[in-house]
Ligand binder design. Structure first.
Ligand code: AMP
Length: 391
């Protein structure tokens, strides 16, 4: 089946037209600066040619029309739409065929992820109106985590408040954790039901997931994607008292405070250099101490969460590194593994130099296996779409 996978952000729309059987990607790209002037329409053709055009995208509807124009120009067939939805809230434990009720639920939980869900729901509406004959499937980043045990997802808040407002840990990056854990089991040649895995999705946003028998049993992101590890620009875990202290000192309101925590914190805030690990590694090598501290903090946090998840599962068979940092930064992987000797993790420096491919980076003697597995969220979305459409 040819599925157009759509991943809408507040001002962007990533797309990929893929055949689920052959895995062939016919075209993929990104519409950037939606809602602003000088939008960028970037796309890669099947032969690898990269094209960038300046196109104004006043809204997501214009962007999706442009994507479909491109698909039609090339004469590619499109049989279904698969949508990445960041937040499924308490409604979705699995991917779902979109009807009026599903769409209403996506809107209902949108206040939990306002930057994403409204844009994503808008794109679904557009696809349904313009192509009523094609099915739409919603694949939720949160659904992989909905089976976590209550002890892992419950916040220690008054029950009436928690229950009335549906406050709990929802997690994120579920599609990525699901893909890399299944792929890891394949690479290990074992049924996933028999494995305890820890998946480290480390990109601009980062989260770690404990996966026992193929099910997420804990994850580092929470009610929102602000918590857990320090990220590119997000603060990660923070004493809530710090917010009150800063707000009083600087006369900030809560929106201004959250803007600092979301956009000006993390490794960017600590280093004052960049949110990009490549820049931080260069600056740290040149002697920038704040950049070094930001990188050290990150490694330390990942190792600390990995250790807590090994405890939560009473063991771990393999640790997986994925996403921009996890797939590309051998120094970050080595920095994390320095803490994990007690678990029986031994990294092999040679394969650890490689990037961009599925690879085992632990020594033959390592008790816990270490893998780099490039994530493929689009493939999961396309396959879920096919399976749901085919019933
Ligand atoms: P993602 O959010 O998964 O697209 O990851 C993006 C992040 O990956 C960038 O901001 C960089 O911090 C990081 N990254 C990409 N390539 C490299 C690299 N070669 N070395 C270190 N970090 C990298």
């Amino acid at each position: 089946m040819n599925v157009l996978v759509l991943n809408a952000g507040s001002s962007s729309l990533k797309f990929q037209l893929m055949n689920t059987k052959t895995r062939e990607v016919f075209t993929k790209g990104n519409c950037e600066r939606i809602g602003l002037t000088d939008g960028i329409f970037g796309h890669v053709e099947g032969d690898g040619e990269k094209v960038k055009e300046i196109v104004d995208f006043p809204d997501h509807g214009t962007a999706i029309r442009k994507v479909i124009e491109l698909i039609n120009e090339h004469g590619f067939e499109m049989e279904a739409f698969g949508h990445r939805i960041v937040q499924g809230g308490w409604h979705f434990e699995d991917s779902a065929l979109v009807d009026d009720e599903v769409l209403a639920k996506i809107y209902e939980v949108a206040p939990l992820a306002p930057l994403h869900n409204y844009a994503e729901a808008g794109v679904i509406e557009h696809c349904r109106e313009t192509y009523p004959e094609l099915p739409n499937v919603a694949v939720f980043d949160t659904s992989f985590h909905m089976g976590m045990p209550p002890a892992a997802y419950t916040y220690a808040l008054p029950t009436e408040v928690r229950e009335k407002l549906h406050i709990r840990k929802y997690g994120a990056h579920g599609t990525s954790h699901r893909y890399v854990s299944a792929r890891c089991a394949e690479l290990m040649g074992k049924p996933i039901e028999e494995l305890k895995l820890i998946s480290c999705h480390m990109g601009n946003g980062s989260s770690i997931c404990a996966i026992d028998g193929g099910k997420s049993v804990d994850t580092s992101m929470g009610f929102t994607p602000l918590v857990g590890l320090p990220m590119g620009t997000r603060c990660g875990d923070l004493d809530p008292g710090v917010m009150q202290f800063i707000m009083n000192k600087y006369g900030m309101n809560i929106d201004e405070m959250l803007n600092v925590l979301n956009k000006k914190s993390g490794v960017l805030g600590v280093s004052g250099v960049s949110s990009d690990f490549r820049d931080l590694e260069t600056a740290a090598d040149e002697g920038n101490e704040r950049a070094r501290l930001a990188l050290d903090m990150f490694d330390y946090w990942v190792a600390k969460v990995v250790g807590s998840y090994a405890a939560a599962m009473n063991g771990v068979d393999a640790i997986i590194f994925t996403a921009g940092v996890g797939e590309n930064s051998g120094t970050t992987r080595a920095g994390i593994c320095k803490y994990l000797g007690y678990l029986g993790c031994e990294i092999d420096p040679e394969p650890n130099k490689k990037r961009g491919e599925d690879i085992c980076i632990s020594t033959a003697d390592s008790k816990v296996k270490l893998f780099v597995i490039p994530t493929n969220e689009e493939l999961v979305i396309a396959r879920d779409t096919r399976d749901i459409v085919n019933g």
